[in-house]
Design a binder for this molecule. Sequence first.
Ligand code: NAD
Ligand code: ZN
Length: 370
Amino acid sequence: MKTFETVRVDLGDRGYDIHIGSGLLDRAGELMQPMMKGARALIVTDAQVAPLYLERVERSMAAAGLTPMHTVVPAGEPTKDFAHLEALLDAMLGAKAERGTMVVALGGGVIGDLTGFAASILLRGVDFIQIPTTLLAQVDSSVGGKTGINTRHGKNLVGAFHQPRLVLADTAVLDTLPRRQVLAGYAEVVKYGLIDDEPFFTWLESNAQRLIDGDSEARAHAVAVSCQAKARIVSADEREGGVRALLNLGHTFGHALEAETGFSDAMLHGEAVAIGMVMAFRLSAEMGLAPAADVERIIRHFQAVGLPFALPGGRLWEVPRLIAHMAGDKKVKDGKVTFVMARGIGQSFLTRDVPEASLATMLAEMAAGR
Ligand SMILES: NC(=O)c1ccc[n+]([C@@H]2O[C@H](COP(=O)([O-])OP(=O)(O)OC[C@H]3O[C@@H](n4cnc5c(N)ncnc54)[C@H](O)[C@@H]3O)[C@@H](O)[C@H]2O)c1
Ligand SMILES: [Zn+2]
C-alpha cells in the first residue's frame, strides 16, 4: 500500500525519487531494494541519531533480505572535515565495501554532505541513498546532489556533485528534533515561497504554526512542495550555471553572518538565512525594486513563527567586515558578487548590479537595530 508522496528529480539516467511520508523508516529496506546491486549496505549516521533510528532502519533492511552494516560518527558541523572524511573512508574500506555496496546517509545535512562526498570518491564512486532526519535535510540538503566538507578556508569548499539514488524523508522523525532546529529548517521552506511561489508563502502564513508544532499532514505537504521546487530548479540547472543560484536567496548575507559568528551554535545556518532573506528584501525595497509592504509581510510572518528577522544585539556588527565576507563567498565571479534580489514575494531574480552604497546603507540600518 502506498501511503506516501513521491517527487521525481528529473536528471535523465541520474534521476531519482524522493519519497515523503510518516513512518518511512520502517519501509526503508523494501523501498531501497530496487536500487540495490547486491545485498550489502553501509549506513553512516551520527551519535545523536544512532540511538534514535539506526536499529529501525537496520531491522527494515534485514527484513528485506539486505545485509546492513553501520558506522557512527560524532554529531555536529566539525565532523564535516578532512579528518572525519579519512576516518569514514577507512571504516568503509575496513568493512570491505565493494562497487556494489550501497552507502546510506542517515541523519541531517552534516551526515548527508559528508557521506555523499565519501560515496562519490570511494572506489571512484559508489551509489548512495539519503535518509534525511532534520527538516533542513529533508527540504534542502538531501536533494540536488551537492556533497562536501569544510576546510580551514571556508565551508563546503571541497566536494562533488553526486546525486543520490533515492531519498526517503520520514516526517515522523522530526518529532525528536529540537524546536530550534525545526525552525532553522523552516527558514529554507519559506525560502521556496519567497523565490517563486507566492501562493505557497500565503499557505505558510496560515499553516506554518501547525507544521512547526508537529502536524504530520502539514509537514508532509511543506516537504513535498519544497522538494518539488528544489527538484524543478536542479533539473533545469544541475551544476549552478544559472537559475540554481536562486536557491541562494538570503544566503550571501546569511553566510556573512555565519562567518562573523564563527559558524557556531550562536547562529544556526537557517537562522542566518532568515535574517539574510529579510536583508535581501529590504535591500530590494530600498533600491525601489520591491514594495515595502512585502518586507513588512515577511517580517510579520517570521515574528509570528519565531524566526529571527533582525540582527541580534549584544555584539558589534561591522558593515565593512560583513561586506568583506560577501566578497569572499564562493559565488563570486570576476570579483563581483551575484545577489538574489526580488521584485516582490515570489519574484526573485539574479543580479550583479547592486551599488555598494545601497548595500552598506541597508547593512548599517540593520546593524543599528533599525
Ligand atoms: N548539500 C546541500 O545542498 C546543502 C544544503 C543546505 C545545507 N547543507 C549543509 O547541511 C548542514 C546542516 O544540516 P542540519 O541542519 O541538518 O545539521 P546537522 O546534520 O548537524 O543536524 C543538526 C543536529 O540535529 C541532530 N539530529 C538530526 N536528526 C535528528 C532527529 N530526527 N532527532 C533529533 N536530533 C536529530 C543531529 O545529530 C545534529 O546534532 C550544513 O553543513 C550545511 O552546509 C547542505
Ligand atoms: Zn541553506
